[in-house]
Write a protein that binds this ligand. Structure first.
Ligand SMILES: [Zn+2]
Ligand SMILES: [Zn+2]
Ligand SMILES: [Zn+2]
Length: 153
């Protein structure tokens, strides 16, 4: 993905501060740094990698502290969990609450969110025809991203 990634990080931190202020929460140092580390790239980051990096930087990296920070970021909608990778991805649309639907590149392991409103409505409608009420949707599609496809041709 050819883009200025610093801009992604700045934007994410700015949104995080706004959301925390609105919710009367504090973006503590460890929460902020965890978010920044998750945003180092568009590849999801595992909890253990995060733990190791925070430890290196001298944070209190006891697992409960790190998991609490992750829970906070998840609940605030600032990150998503990509279940199939057991890792966390920064969300670029945290100001608009939504479920994460993901496109996962097999080659570079970048993960993109994709716009899902129509799929979401279709899933609810389909499930309802069987009297089923949806609670969780895990939609993680794998394939090749545009830049990896470009590199191959
Ligand atoms: Zn970026
Ligand atoms: Zn998202
Ligand atoms: Zn790719």
């Amino acid at each position: 993905m050819a883009h200025n990634h610093n801009h992604c990080i700045e934007q994410a931190l700015h949104t995080a501060e706004t959301i925390c202020a609105e919710q009367g929460q504090r973006l503590t140092k460890v929460r902020r740094r965890a978010l920044e580390l998750i945003w180092q790239s568009h590849r999801p980051l595992g909890a253990y990698q995060l733990l190791a990096k925070l430890a290196e930087e001298g944070f209190n990296s006891a697992p409960p502290t790190v998991y609490r920070a992750l829970d906070f970021l998840l609940n605030a909608g600032l990150i998503h969990k990509v279940e199939s990778m057991n890792a966390y991805l920064g969300c670029a649309h945290a100001d608009k609450p939504h479920k994460g639907y993901f496109l996962i590149c097999d080659e570079c392991h970048n993960v993109m969110e994709f716009d899902y409103q129509d799929i979401h409505q279709a899933l609810i409608a389909k499930a309802a025809t069987q009297g089923f009420e949806l609670r969780a949707e895990t939609i993680e599609l794998t394939g090749l991203c545009a830049s990896c496809r470009g590199a191959k041709s």
